[in-house]
Write a protein that binds this ligand. Structure first.
Ligand code: FAD
Ligand code: DHB
Length: 394
């Protein structure tokens, strides 16, 4: 069966779904192809921190109603080391900007509902997506949906299919440069049924490794522990996880970790990754398929949003004014922000984790950086402006 659309989008993650909505707002037609089921997309636990710019964009598009009701606005974060907490007053340091804690899968539920309610097409459970003729003016996508072989003819293809997606492979090797860095640690992430232990996120550096206290709702808390990236989650009993959290987060003051049943736990590896350029012919890459950051700076989802905002704008000017300049500049425009976020995420990660091969000198360096960050207003402001997110025009 043959179909036609203006923009064929691979992947119903934050990048693909938001792109389809941004395009629809400008009267540009798209079809989203997603390999997973709707239920899986809507229940997979991932990010939690939305930058101010991401929140503003969702609100401006009329997609922020539930986020405003159920999300939590935070004005600061805590950096904790040597048994003491130090608040970084994000809003005070950034002219009132904030972050919002609202889970990625809830954002996805809102985006899917908005797209489907307005008659948009998202095909879930598609298989074997293949790209053809991406360097021509009529690229095509072939795939299987409900046992039927389909072809989708497009003007453009947006590869929004995440790090393990297929679209990146359509960039000829001769034109691409790939940058990768693996970290010798991973994160063990848990969901715990308990009241919040803190009003703001806590990023803790300790001799035993990094720990992060985040939140999902007044009843559900999200926490992470630095661990061996090759460790098996079955080796971590709930008691071990709780003990490790207590040890890494211990303070000299009154603070106490509030605990409850752990209802989910998993381990993720950490890497930095960028592919340049993010475009070839009529194929445009956006989000995790083009770049990965270690999660410490909470930048991944927000970068995906920034990419598709640029892409939607460039496509809009192409259709409305036949302009190609913004499409041509797409990769360069996005990569400026991507590399800023790569640096910030690497910097936060390097400052806050224990490296297996570190020595007393490296530990002193980390401590010096932490001390400087919490004692110097300029250093704290630098962390804050990156953490709440630089303007889209960056
Ligand atoms: P994805 O969300 O990966 O979406 C890609 C979609 O494409 C998926 O639904 C996938 O099923 C689909 N797909 C893949 N291959 C194919 C194919 N061949 N055909 C069709 N469909 C396909 N970021 C933040 O900004 N803040 C945070 O606090 C944060 N915390 C994180 C915590 C964790 C534990 C993790 C794992 C990530 C976190 N991130 C965070 C990163 C964030 O989750 C990702 O950067 C974000 O999901 C990227 O969105 P995306 O749309 O580019 O890709
Ligand atoms: C969360 C994830 C992050 O990567 C981070 O830096 C802060 C919070 C979260 O899942 O809540």
């Amino acid at each position: 069966m043959n179909m036609r659309t203006q923009v064929g989008i691979i992947g119903a993650g934050p990048a693909g779904l938001l792109l389809s909505l941004l395009l629809a707002r400008e009267g540009i037609d798209s079809i989203v192809l997603e390999s997973r089921s709707r239920e899986e997309v809507e229940t997979t636990i991932r990010a939690g921190v939305l930058e101010q710019g991401t929140v503003n964009l969702l609100m401006e598009m009329g997609l922020g109603e539930r986020m405003q009701r159920e999300g939590a606005v935070h004005h600061g974060i805590e950096l904790r080391f040597d048994g003491e907490g130090h608040r970084i007053p994000l809003s005070e340091l950034t002219n009132g900007r904030t972050i919002t804690l609202y889970p990625q899968h809830e954002v996805l539920r809102d985006l899917i509902a908005a797209r489907l309610n307005h008659g948009g097409h998202i095909l879930f459970n598609v298989k074997d997506v293949q790209l053809f003729d991406v360097s021509s003016h009529q690229p095509r996508l072939q795939f299987v949906h409900e046992h039927e072989q389909m072809e989708l003819q497009c003007d453009f293809i947006a590869g929004c299919d995440g790090f393990h997606g297929v679209s990146r492979a359509s960039l000829p090797e001769a034109i691409q440069t790939v940058f990768t860095r693996f970290y010798p640690f991973g994160w063990l992430g848990i969901l715990m049924q308990a009241p919040p232990s803190s009003q703001e996120l806590i990023y803790a550096y300790s001799e035993r490794g990094f720990a992060l206290v985040s939140t999902r709702s007044p009843e559900l808390q999200r926490m992470y522990l630095q661990c061996d990236p090759n460790d098996d989650i079955a080796h971590w009993s709930d008691e071990m996880i709780l003990e490790e959290l207590q040890l890494r987060l211990a303070t000299r003051g009154q603070w106490q970790l509030r605990i409850g049943p752990i209802i989910q736990k998993s381990i993720l590896a950490m890497r930095s990754f960028v592919i340049e350029p993010m475009q070839y012919g009529r194929l445009f890459l956006a989000g995790d398929v083009a770049h990965i950051v270690p999660p410490t700076g909470a930048k991944g989802l927000n970068l995906a949003v920034a990419d598709v905002r640029h892409l939607a704008h460039a496509l809009t000017l192409f259709y409305k004014e036949e302009r190609t300049d913004l499409l041509e500049a797409y990769s360069t425009t996005c990569l400026r922000r991507v590399w800023r976020a790569e640096h910030f995420s690497w910097w936060m990660t390097s400052m806050l984790h224990r490296f297996p091969d570190d020595d007393p000198f490296q530990q002193r360096m980390q401590r010096a950086q932490l001390e400087y960050t919490v004692r110097s207003r300029a250093a704290a402001a630098s962390l804050a402006e990156n953490y709440v997110g630089l303007p889209f025009e960056w």
